[in-house]
Design a protein around this ligand. Structure first.
Ligand code: EPZ
Length: 429
């Protein structure tokens, strides 16, 4: 994708020489898991959306490619994304664009709202699990959407769309967001019970209401949407990325040093910060920023179990596994959200980590790590391998680093600015 290369964010591998302390301050990017549904939501209004604090990520460029293919105009200048969705003339996201990222499923609700019909190909699973969309489609059906899923494609019609109540069997983030986009324009009142409570849901609610929607309850588990007749132009600033903040916090804890992160909403990652404090790191929570100080000599967290917000975020699970791998003592991690999100343990073992995996549980015996040649399994495990490499003795090369490009804007530059010996390499080398 030319934008990625042009944006200078493309890298296929990362090389790190460990044992440098991390000292300094970093600016936290706009939130990937907020901006992606917000970009899809911009299709609903048929107007102009100016989105500030937009991170320059390959997933954002993939979303821009989908917008343009649908007929919208979309341009990212610095960290401001300007979208004009008046020209949307298609209700179908082409398979080759769908497959670039999982969250393209979120265009389903937006296109149904805007066009009354939508066709996507199944977003497919990835290395962390099957990632079906049954919860999305069951909820859509209960709200009158005619769902025709054949093979790998899903085509829907909203000609009989009506309000109603849907109770999610699991507080799925994507399903909650898709129902919000489906129900925000048209007629009737829709209530989502057992809705996801993640902060990104609240950011989407604020964006929709800024366009003239009437969505209430984000963060509470019960979301009520009063369908509006029309949505309007908006200028909006995306919230900070709590998982990027967790990444820098874990890196500071593992490598040692003092890292100040801004902007951060500390309570958005309380479970992660509590674990790091329990390991012996010093955490200072300011109103909208965060400081983590560590001597790098940590005690292993005894037990970490991921869960829906406000539980321990699954996206920080691999990051904390890296911290535990370089700590003193033993601990257990249980991954309750995705069925296959412990694969990075095997990559950490290449660096000398002592980790055994049994189903959704990993048992970690902390100790010293050494540099190695490892591969990212998904976006967050790529970052987690870097966290381990900062604390490891010697050189580590992380392949499949394009995963990191998906979720981190300026990953190597930011870590280099606080003292890490890190270099991004593209296919040439
Ligand atoms: C979002 O994915 C995030 N992605 C993920 O972040 C995050 O890990 C996840 O929420 C959980 O917090 C974006 O926001 C773009 P789910 P999503 O629907 O919406 C199962 C990252 O690294 N499920 O809450 O796909 C599913 O298989 C990414 O930034 C169904 O069974 O997550 C999983 O086991 C990774 N059927 C669980 O629910 C469905 O219809 C949670 O999925 C939907 C989900």
């Amino acid at each position: 994708m030319p934008d990625i290369v042009a944006g200078g964010i493309y890298m296929s591998a990362v090389k790190i020489i460990g044992k440098n302390k991390l000292d300094g301050s970093v600016r936290i990017q706009g939130c990937k898991n907020s901006v992606l549904p917000i970009i899809a939501a911009s299709v609903v209004s048929g107007g102009r959306s100016v989105i500030h604090n937009c991170p320059r990520l390959s997933d954002v460029f993939s979303s821009i490619a989908i917008l343009r293919d649908l007929g919208a105009k979309a341009d990212l200048c610095g960290n401001t994304l300007t979208i004009d969705s008046s020209g949307v003339n298609s209700d179908t996201v082409r398979p080759e664009l769908m497959s670039a990222m999982r969250s393209s499923v979120i265009f389903l609700g937006a296109l149904l709202s805007r066009c009354g019909a939508a066709c996507i190909s199944m977003p497919g699973g990835c290395d962390i699990g099957a990632r079906p969309i049954d919860i999305h489609l069951d909820a859509f059906s209960r709200l009158g959407v005619d769902v025709d899923s054949r093979g790998t494609s899903v085509c829907c019609s909203a000609s009989n769309l009506h309000g109603g109540s849907v109770a999610l069997p699991f507080p799925s983030v994507g399903a909650t967001e898709n129902i919000m986009l489906l129900s925000c324009v048209g007629r009737g009142v829709t209530t989502i019970y057992n809705a996801a409570k993640e902060p990104e849901i609240e950011d989407l609610q604020n964006f929709l209401n800024g366009m003239g929607a009437r969505v209430f309850g984000a963060g509470s588990g019960v979301i009520t949407i009063y369908a509006a007749k029309k949505l309007y132009d908006i200028e909006y600033t995306v919230m900070p990325d709590r998982i990027e903040a967790a990444t820098f916090a874990c890196a500071a804890a593992a490598a040692g040093g003092s890292v100040y992160m801004n902007p951060v909403v500390p309570e958005h990652i309380s479970p992660v910060l509590n674990v790091l404090e329990g390991c012996g790191a010093k955490v200072v929570r300011y109103a909208s920023s965060l400081l983590v100080v560590s001597d790098g000599m940590l005690n292993c967290a005894p037990f970490v179990a991921t869960g829906p917000y406000p539980g321990f975020p699954t996206d920080a699970q691999s990051l904390v596994m890296s911290v535990m791998s370089v700590s003193h003592g033993s601990g257990v991690i249980v991954e309750n959200i995705f069925e296959n999100r412990l694969r990075h343990a095997y990559e950490l073992c290449k660096m000398g980590a002592d980790i055994s995996v049994h189903g959704r549980r990993a048992v970690i015996n902390g100790g010293e790590l050494h540099g190695a040649h490892a591969s990212a399994c998904d976006l967050r495990s790529g970052a987690a391998l870097a966290v381990a490499a900062f604390a490891a003795d010697g050189e580590t090369r992380i392949d499949k680093a394009e995963y990191i490009n998906r979720g981190y804007d300026g990953f190597t530059e930011k870590f280099r600015s606080i003292g890490a010996n890190i270099e991004g390499m593209n296919d040439d080398g």
